[in-house]
Design a protein around this ligand. Structure first.
Ligand SMILES: [Zn+2]
Length: 141
């Protein structure tokens, strides 16, 4: 911080929470903390990585809501137009998914989860993911 003069910035993990459709997801984000005033700064990429893992955690916990869907798309930087191609569908359907006026099928979350896991550099386990997707989602209204 400029007002802290010669204070140092220490790299430190800071716990952070995000609320998506009434569900809270927490995690640790690497941040820089001012040794003098305690001010915390997050880097853009660290926050992006946090949102990616939060979105993956929501889907893995079967919180298959329109809010999770929008959050995952934002985290991945996927535009509505790209969804039309990805799901072989029409723009009207994507609009309704995003607005929550029609139900998003559980399998629509599957490619998003794969993309999230790929971004995280984790191991992809499609068979296990699909087995989980067949169970009733936990986030049903
Ligand atoms: Zn400071």
């Amino acid at each position: 911080m400029p007002e802290c003069g010669d204070a140092r910035l220490n790299e430190t993990p800071v716990s952070r929470k995000v609320e998506v459709g009434g569900r809270q997801v927490g995690g640790e984000v690497d941040a820089l903390m001012c040794t003098k005033c305690g001010h915390v700064m997050f880097s853009g990429p660290a926050l992006e990585a946090f949102e990616i893992s939060a979105a993956a955690a929501l889907i893995e916990h079967r919180v298959l809501t329109p809010q999770t869907f929008r959050f995952a798309l934002k985290a991945l930087g996927i535009k509505s137009k790209e969804l039309v191609t990805m799901f072989f569908t029409i723009p009207e359907t994507v609009s309704r998914w995003e607005a929550g006026t029609i139900k998003i099928g559980p399998l629509c979350f599957f490619p998003l989860l794969m993309l999230l896991q790929e971004t995280m550099g984790g191991e992809l386990r499609p068979a296990r993911m699909l087995a989980g997707m067949q169970t009733k989602p936990a986030g049903r209204r």
